[in-house]
Design a protein around this ligand. Structure first.
Ligand code: PRX
Length: 640
């Protein structure tokens, strides 16, 4: 295993604790992680800490544990049984407060419902739910019986839902009649009904009554949760799971049209998250922790459900939009529940910044102790606003870099272990146990202040187990560029003090409002329109969302550009992926810039859409002639 230690040579060297922990973790990672793993409760201790056969890492081999046991049973054995586990607030203003003992009871009953429906260890169960307590409860119930959950973001369309369900071969889909968004019920059951027409593996649909809207229940297939909960057992044994048992599958976008099912295991994932949430957020007994992400993304899995509940913290779960019914909704929630740790995205910060400070000043935010940011680079201006107006210059802002694949936070300030001072816009340093680097195309370390590719040079416990049903893709997407080294797909620089600055994606993945969307996914949706011959997607900077989508379309012979076709293309994309993938602009063009091997040159599309120059063409990494590219660029500029 490659080894390195951070040395002084920086003006920040006095902050010895972080460097001490970091250096110890890198010197003997197995001893370090074994010590961290012992902070959980295992049914059986592992035989081997790490079995590393690049690119496959098996952590805590032979150990057994149960995620649901760690999140609920462990607490009800202590005084925490009467402690708040979840403060839930519905968008219309209805609330529910669940203590750890209530959560324990609900998880057990839900697990019994799953067993009564014939679900068993190893089955996949799909969750298509709004942000209501039943979502974490269902996840923990799946974990309790060893079923692998796959949460599908409730903003996804019927087609996107069906694609994911089919990829996992789930036997059960759990949904709700509807969830609330901006004052209106979003009829999830109806979308699920449409999806289930093309998902042969699904035998049953379990429906939560949330909004009380009329739904059509298909006899023999659909069942109401509340009816089954009434007959459920009060206790289901938390089944001991092998450390490598798949806890969940979560879909994320990559460079091809098909989303990847990222599989996370149990022992490594839980150990890693238990540790990093302590270091980064300094979760304490009295913490009230609010992560505003949707549970449909990895942030929700680790930051709303598994990490804070393992720590026995009180979490806030909010169903709706940040600015509904008024723009101070979030500040109102912080004040109401005395939130101490607040974790959100740069897009949300930029959106709320736009409304000014007046609404903030109406609220008492003095409970806040720590602020976090995740999902996309945070610009120093948004960082400074967040620090000043939300944190009142007393709360550290932790800019946390990680990915669906990494399972937990990798590069971030870590106040609980005395991290070096913050620099607005920098995720600062890798956490203990994370051997990060910035390298060139050949895998050689870059000198300070120069842009390169962010890589991780040694396995860590949160690393995903693979891409569901596609072992080749695991190797090709992450491990083939630099054998034995994890390729993140991000550009970064390390400054002269060793701080990491994440610059955005180096591949064909976009980050729209922090959501990961593949360019090819959008292009595939567009070309399914009967008038579209070819499509090329790029992004342009957006002051709120970070990036926005633009699409260049070549129409088939016999079709001419029209506002109607434009609207149909947009609608098709929304239907096949979801509203988050709606393009900002559709341009009709006669050709697309391509490499000789036929790859669309998105950098050129981006330059056209932003009226930028095409930049330094000598760095063109493909085999196309520069003259040809310039010509297409000039022609396209005239067309858009
Ligand atoms: O490009 C990086 C960006 O989000 C990508 C991972 O997206 P996803 O798997 O959806 O997970 C998001 C939440 C963990 C990364 O490859 N990203 C994430 N956090 C940051 C970031 N970019 C800059 N700064 C961050 N703090």
């Amino acid at each position: 295993m490659p080894q390195t230690t951070l040395t002084s040579g920086s003006t920040y060297w006095p902050f010895k604790k972080y460097f001490g922990v970091y250096n110890r973790s890198i010197k003997d990672p197995e001893a370090f992680w074994a010590e961290e793993a012992r902070k959980l409760e295992w049914f059986k201790t592992w035989d081997k800490v790490l079995d590393w056969q690049p690119p496959y890492a098996k952590w805590f081999v032979g150990g057994t544990l149960n995620a649901s046991y760690l999140c609920v049973d462990r607490h009800v054995k202590t005084w925490r049984r009467s402690k708040v586990a979840i403060y839930w607030e519905g968008e219309p203003g209805d609330t529910r407060v669940l203590s750890y003992s209530t959560l324990y009871r609900e998880v057990n009953k839900f697990a019994s419902v799953l067993l009564n429906l014939g679900m068993k260890k190893g089955d996949r169960i799909a969750l298509y739910l709004p942000m209501i307590p039943e979502l974490p409860i269902a996840m923990l119930a799946c974990a309790r019986i060893g079923a692998t959950h796959t949460v599908i973001f409730s903003g996804f369309s019927a087609q996107a839902l069906a694609d994911r369900v089919n990829d996992t071969g789930a036997r059960l889909l759990i949904t709700a009649d509807a969830g609330f968004r901006r004052g209106k019920p979003v009829a999830l059951k109806r979308i699920a009904d449409e999806a289930l027409e093309i998902t042969p593996s699904v035998e049953k649909m379990l429906v939560v009554r949330r909004a009380n809207i009329p739904v059509v229940m298909t006899p023999g297939r659909d069942v109401w949760l509340h009816e089954l909960m009434d007959q459920a057992s009060l206790f289901v044994n938390p089944d001991p799971m092998d450390s490598l048992h798949p806890l969940y599958i979560l879909y994320t976008s990559g460079t091809t049209g098909k989303p990847k099912g990222i599989v996370h295991g149990t022992g490594g994932y839980l150990t890693f998250n238990h540790s990093v949430y302590k270091w980064v957020f300094d979760i304490k007994e009295e913490s009230v922790y609010w992560c505003t992400a949707d549970v449909g993304w990895v942030t929700g899995h680790s930051s709303i459900v598994y990490a804070p509940l393992m720590h026995g913290a009180a979490i806030v779960l909010y169903e709706g939009a940040p600015d509904y019914p008024s723009i101070d909704r979030w500040w109102d929630i912080i004040e109401k529940y005395g939130v101490t740790i607040f974790y959100t995205s740069p897009t949300a910060i930029r959106m709320l910044m736009r409304y000014g400070e007046q609404e903030i000043e109406k609220h008492d935010l003095s409970s806040l102790e720590l602020l976090g940011s995740v999902g996309e680079p945070i610009n120093p201006e948004a960082w400074a606003w967040y620090y000043k107006h939300i944190g009142k210059e007393k709360c550290p802002v932790v800019d946390t870099w990680w990915q669906t694949e990494t399972g937990g936070i990798m590069i971030s300030p870590a106040p609980a272990i005395e991290c070096p001072p913050l620099k607005p816009g920098s995720a600062t340093f890798p956490l203990p146990g994370i051997l990060a680097d910035v390298v060139d195309e050949k895998g050689e370390s870059m000198p300070p202040e120069e842009r390169g590719i962010l890589v991780i040079k040694a396995p860590w416990p949160g690393i995903f187990l693979g891409v569901y049903g596609d072992p080749k893709r695991y190797v090709e997407s992450y491990w083939s560029k630099f054998p034995g080294i994890y390729y993140t797909g991000d550009y970064a620089i390390k400054d002269k003090d060793g701080y990491y600055w994440i610059l955005g994606r180096a591949d064909e993945v976009l980050k729209i409002a922090g959501h990961r969307i593949g360019t090819v996914e959008i292009e595939d949706a567009a070309v399914s329109h009967p008038a579209v011959a070819e499509a090329g997607v790029a992004s342009i900077p957006d002051p709120i969302k970070g990036e926005a989508i633009v699409i260049f379309v070549i129409l088939k012979e016999g079709f001419s550009p029209s506002p109607a076709i434009k609207a149909e293309i947009k609608d098709l994309i929304r239907k096949s992926i979801g509203p988050i993938a709606s393009p900002e602009q559709v341009y009709f063009v006669s050709k697309l810039p391509k490499t000789r091997s036929g790859k669309i040159m998105r950098r050129i599309l981006k330059a056209v859409a932003t009226s930028a120059s095409i930049g330094d063409l000598t760095t063109l990494e493909d085999e196309s002639s520069i003259e040809e590219v310039k010509k297409v660029y000039e022609e396209l500029k005239k067309e858009v």
